[in-house]
Design a protein around this ligand. Sequence first.
Ligand code: PEP
Length: 250
Amino acid sequence: MRQPLVAGNWKMNGSRESIRELLDGIKAGMGDVNVAEVAVCAPAVYIADVEAQLSGSGVAWGGQDLSSEASGAYTGEIAASMWLDFGCRYVIVGHSERRTYHGETDEMVARKYAAARAAGLVPILCIGETLEEREQGITEEVVARQLDAVIALEGVAALNDGVIAYEPVWAIGTGKTASPEQAQEVHAFIRGRVAASDAGVAAGVRILYGGSMKPDNAEELIAKADIDGGLIGGASLNAGDFLGICKAAG
Ligand code: PEP
């Protein structure tokens, strides 16, 4: 049985003060939440604060990116072992903002997935098409290519150790959410693609939806058969909204 996950992606937002308040708010509301897993992915410089505040709270935490290398002369990079050192459980890999603004290719993302997995972090693999790609009718081709890069490098069983997030790029931060039917169609395709290699892995892998998820659309999305939770950007910066999504997922 797949356990739902709601994960926040704070991106490059917040300050020590605002993060303290946000986490106080989330912790205060967790008593009413019964979704299996909740996590927040924080900017690296605040991860020690996040660890101090969330330890023992039932909310997990993680990073937003990592190096594909284990250590060494890679100025500015953060290794999987460093995230682990601060108690992280998750790390996002291949977010569309990394692919778009930092030129991350499918192969680079696959290597990051491998690095996270090798260290014992749970990678959240983001895949999704742009508006142009959707309009060209190549959504399935794009998500298959992004997924296949990980399967080619690590083997399909590697998906047992991670989470997939389907995030249509046109829905991220735009207020335009995929309809539950649109999202379910792609989630089913992704699960089918994994099933073509291994039905058991496909049945167990969690596939989150991400893209302008809010408390008022979360329930309908997460009710769909192949949607196992959400990766939440903007709404994860507000404790009430984030908790609202967590409640909907529960
Ligand atoms: C994201 O950045 O992963 C995301 C889903 O953002 P938003 O919820 O703001 O669309």
